[in-house]
Design a binder for this molecule. Structure first.
Ligand code: PLP
Length: 493
């Protein structure tokens, strides 16, 4: 079962997180002190991600970053965002309570997503900006508002040319109705501007949406309205892989294995969204986002700098600066990229009837996968004791639920040595949606605790200079702490 050069899906790991994982005893101490499994968040990495987005946005136009809270429940991230002076995008009552609890003034809160009557009633009069998803919401806001108490409103649009149909937003063809409501109810609605959110890696889609919003902003002026914002939403991509060639080679080997060539690499007849057809593999796999190599700051820069035909080749950034239009964005995953990991312990290792090796962990699939997607980055093995090097071993990671489908990986994962009971397995880059989106309490298992990890060299007694506390108790006293210098990395993978 050992390949000479086993296929790998190497994860890109932030140096700070790498230093934590390499600090002898650090992960062990976290699990011993709190419990296994555990989610770990790194607010310092969040702050660095924010710094990179700000560097791109400093192009002369006014802007506002609204951290999309739905990406992670973490209070530490929300506190970090609040202290850094940015805004927050919330999509439920609980997220709103979380944001206010983290210290955000309502003037720095934007509410997106489908709202419903009860939530809308709560929002009116609080000063938060309501990003209206549909015409019912828009009209309802006007009906519920006190005369003269104008509710700040963004209008979310969708149905842009060449963009797949979305359940969210108001279709462009209904924009006349929007103008009717906005002009007739201007004593109740303070129209701030148009918004969109497109979760696509295709740059043209966002650019066309920006062009549409610019044109509609002009039309709004003609209606006597005074919008000052264009909100370009989130969807800025993460980079999971540290080696795009290795990723491609893994997927190639996986495709071959689906055709019965080479070592089996799929559990339980899984085809990952590929279609098998007469000796060929077709289609886009469900895990395609893990192959992305374009970082969020470059996506954002490209969008801001692209020349717009309808504006004589001037860029969105130039137009926004000239017209004092505020560019708002709602990044979620881009802000928490690489800012979280999940630690689990190996309970036992067994072989199945077909000879597969199953490594059973103390988590379930939903603890580390968003919406049941297959996660295509290799976890790292942190052996409890240095054990005899058994050579590279291809395994499937199995969860703790008594359900056939509770496989954490349906694709084969190779470790440098065969895992043993008590070893720690670290799942990289789980902060964006992986930790919280799908987590369930099946079999009455409790949810793993969430811990905040901070590097405070010199001040901390913890291994490697890392301090750990409950996520809820974290306070960003000092974000500008120095990073560890060239961390040593002890070959765990
Ligand atoms: C989910 C969501 C976001 C955040 O998306 P990311 O892909 O995490 O950046 C932003 N805006 C809206 C309206 C959303 O629904």
């Amino acid at each position: 079962m050992t390949a000479r050069t086993p296929p790998r899906l190497p994860a890109k790991i932030d140096p700070l997180v790498r230093a934590f994982l390499a600090a002898p005893g650090a992960a062990q101490a976290a699990l011993d002190t709190y419990s296994s499994p555990a989610h770990l968040v790194f607010p310092q990495v969040f702050a660095e991600n924010l710094g990179r987005l700000r560097a791109v946005l400093d192009r002369g136009m006014p802007y506002r970053i609204c951290y999309a809270h739905k990406v992670n429940h973490s209070r530490a991230f929300a506190r970090t965002a609040e202290r850094a002076g940015i805004a927050i995008d919330v999509a439920s009552r609980a997220e709103l309570a979380g944001a206010l609890g983290a210290g955000f003034d309502p003037s720095r809160v934007e509410v997106t997503g489908p709202k419903g009557e009860g939530f809308l009633r709560d929002l009116i009069g609080t000063g938060v900006t309501v990003n209206a998803d549909n015409i019912w919401e828009l009209t309802r806001i006007a009906d519920l508002a006190e005369a003269g108490a104008r509710v700040p409103v963004l209008v979310r649009l969708s149905g842009f040319a060449g963009t797949p149909v979305s359940r969210f937003g108001i279709p462009l063809r209904q924009v006349d109705e929007v103008f009717e409501v906005l002009t007739a109810r201007r004593d109740r609605i303070a129209f701030r501007g148009f918004a969109f959110h497109i979760d696509s890696g295709e740059p043209g889609e966002r650019l066309r949406a920006v062009e549409a919003c610019l044109e509609l902003t002009e039309r709004a002026y003609a209606h006597g309205l005074a919008p000052t914002v264009i909100d370009i939403g989130g969807g800025f991509r993460q980079v999971f892989t540290d080696d795009a060639d290795a990723f491609d080679a893994y997927v190639l080997a996986l495709r071959e294995s689906l055709l019965g060539r080479g070592e089996p690499m799929a559990w339980g007849g899984n085809t990952f969204g590929f279609h098998l057809d007469g000796g060929a593999v077709h289609g886009t796999p469900v895990f395609h986002k893990y192959a992305n190599t374009v970082p969020a700051d470059r996506m954002l820069a490209d969008l801001l700098d692209a020349g717009l035909d309808a504006h004589g080749g001037r860029s969105f950034a130039q137009l926004a600066a000239e017209n004092l239009l505020e560019v708002w964005l709602e990044p979620g995953k881009a802000l928490v990229d690489h800012a979280g990991i999940t630690l689990a312990r190996v309970e036992f290792v067994k072989e199945t009837a077909d000879g597969s090796v199953l490594v059973n962990l103390d988590i379930s699939r939903d603890t580390v996968t968003p919406a049941d997607q297959e996660v295509m980055v290799d976890p790292l093995l942190l052996p409890e004791n240095p054990h005899a090097n058994s050579g590279a071993t291809g395994v499937f990671l199995a969860g703790r639920l008594c359900l056939e489908r509770d496989l954490i990986t349906n694709h084969k994962v190779w470790f440098a040595q065969r895992p043993q009971s008590g070893d720690i397995v670290a799942f990289p880059n789980t902060a964006a949606y992986h930790m919280d989106l799908s987590a369930a309490r099946a079999s009455m298992h409790t949810l793993p605790p969430k811990l905040a990890v901070v590097h405070r060299p010199g001040k901390s007694a913890g291994p490697g200079g890392f301090e750990i506390c409950h996520d809820a108790e974290y306070e960003p006293e000092n974000l500008a702490v120095p990073r560890p210098s060239s961390p040593e990395w002890h070959g765990v993978r």
